[in-house]
Design a protein around this ligand. Sequence first.
Ligand code: DGL
Length: 259
Amino acid sequence: MSKKPIGIFDSGIGGTSIFKEIHALLPNENCFYLADSKNAPYGDKSKDQILQLSIKNTEYLIAKECKIIVVACNTATTNAINYLRENYNIPFIGIEPAIKPAALNTQTKAVGILATKGTLSSQLFHKTTDLYASGIKVIEQVGEGIVPLIEEDKVGTKEMLLLLEKYLEPMLKQNIDYLVLGCTHYPYLIPMLTKMLPSTVKIIDSGLAVAKQTQSVLSAHNLLNDSEAKPNINLFSNGNVAVLNSILDHKFNASFLEF
Ligand code: DGL
């Protein structure tokens, strides 16, 4: 069982920011990644649509005999992970905006969060915010339009710069000192964001934390792969494979798959 792959899915290519952390931390592990780019963005969809897509991806990964599923998507996690955990007998790892460390460490008592509409409107997000960020100003911003641009390989473009300027302005006016990236596509914007933000603003991205959590859950279930063999890394997109390969710097040979 330990040689079975880690299954990872996202609405598209963003979850590769999580896949990269997992592969770096657990280089022996076989991985099976699904980019549901045909249906991206999930962030503008209804809770039920997000749930149905998450079920479809989960069942595909279970059919591929994955030993654990990483929901490498904040939108799918915040809207569907409770249902998935209750209905499928396999460990799930999710990703949620890291409000807690930002709220605990802010000096200015103001933090910014950039995420999708689906994530910011979810009950799970509100629960976490109420729990950890009472007394802190949380400036929520829907990153409308960002995911489609990333899916079109337009990360460093003028169009992206203009969107980011618009979204950061209200946060900077409120004097944030933390910016929480609440979508797995957004770590690809860090080089741009670092140039745009004053040095007093720290960016929080939870990719490494998700990889560590995957490691610890695999270990607890005795599922870590101790084989020294070269791992099988299978990455698939039901949309534009060229963009998936490009975001991975052509280091892995991703393929098209209808799912
Ligand atoms: N990458 C996803 C997330 O973490 C979803 C983005 C989208 O499809 O809207 O939320």
